[in-house]
Design a protein around this ligand. Structure first.
Ligand code: ADP
Ligand code: 5GP
Length: 192
């Protein structure tokens, strides 16, 4: 990191796919101007409505591999077979240079790695669905995944749910309004 950019804070939201972290993170970004989203890189194709550079940096597998080799990632994972996701050093530094707190929407292994990297200055929140069936139902209702992708995400969720106790806080996302209020409380305390 360039010496003139001091290390700032990191607020991490993690969960299995479908638990509601994107919904919560978007809400907090609207509420707290001190937060800025870490735009991850991924090799998955954009969903309708997703914008390159805003939702993700959409990269070809070759470009992703080049950046891995160049040491550009804080962490990266093959989250689903053949689908890579990673956090770029440049994103974290860009946000700290604006004197803002970095917000992550990231799966459990990447979240653990970031937490280990920055143990003092980060808060890692596990977003828990009320139960597994609700999680799967939300994923189906979101209608973003084809049958194969849905199957892969559901297959991975069981293991991801076992990470629950490894993070600083658990936020149960049952009734959305309650969860958003609780998330605001966590973020407000952390930013103070
Ligand atoms: P993730 O980012 O963890 O994959 P999303 O934020 O995309 O999850 O949420 C998955 C789906 O569930 C979305 O369609 C979202 O609108 C919906 N959702 C999120 N939280 C709730 C909730 N508390 N109750 C009902 N539906 C929810
Ligand atoms: P989606 O395809 O639904 O956008 O994301 C799939 C999973 O990858 C989600 O759990 C999401 O949080 C996670 N993810 C997004 N960005 C990153 C990242 O930079 N690193 C890691 N390890 N996971 C990420």
């Amino acid at each position: 990191m360039s010496p003139e950019v001091p290390q700032g804070k990191l607020l991490i939201f993690t969960a299995p796919s479908g638990a509601g972290k994107t919904t919560i993170v978007r809400h907090l970004l609207d509420r707290f101007p001190q937060l800025a989203f870490s735009v991850s890189a991924t090799t998955r194709p954009p969903r309708p409505g997703e914008v390159d550079g805003r939702d993700y940096h959409f990269l070809t597998p070759k470009e992703f591999a080049r950046r891995v080799a160049a040491g550009e990632f804080v962490e990266y994972e093959e989250v689903y077979p053949g689908r890579y996701y990673g956090t770029l050093h440049s994103e974290v530094h860009r946000i700290w240079a604006q004197d803002k707190c970095v917000v992550f929407d990231i799966e459990v292994k990447g979240a653990s790695n970031i937490k280990q990297h920055y143990p003092q200055d980060s808060l890692a929140v596990f977003v828990a669905p009320p139960d597994e069936e609700t999680l799967f139902q939300r994923l189906r209702d979101r209608s973003t995944e084809d049958a194969d992708s849905l199957r892969v995400r559901i297959a991975r969720a069981g293991e991801e749910l076992t990470y629950r106790e490894r993070f600083d806080r658990v936020l149960v996302n049952d009734e959305l309004k309650t969860a958003l209020t609780e998330a605001e409380g966590l973020a407000g305390d952390f930013l103070r």
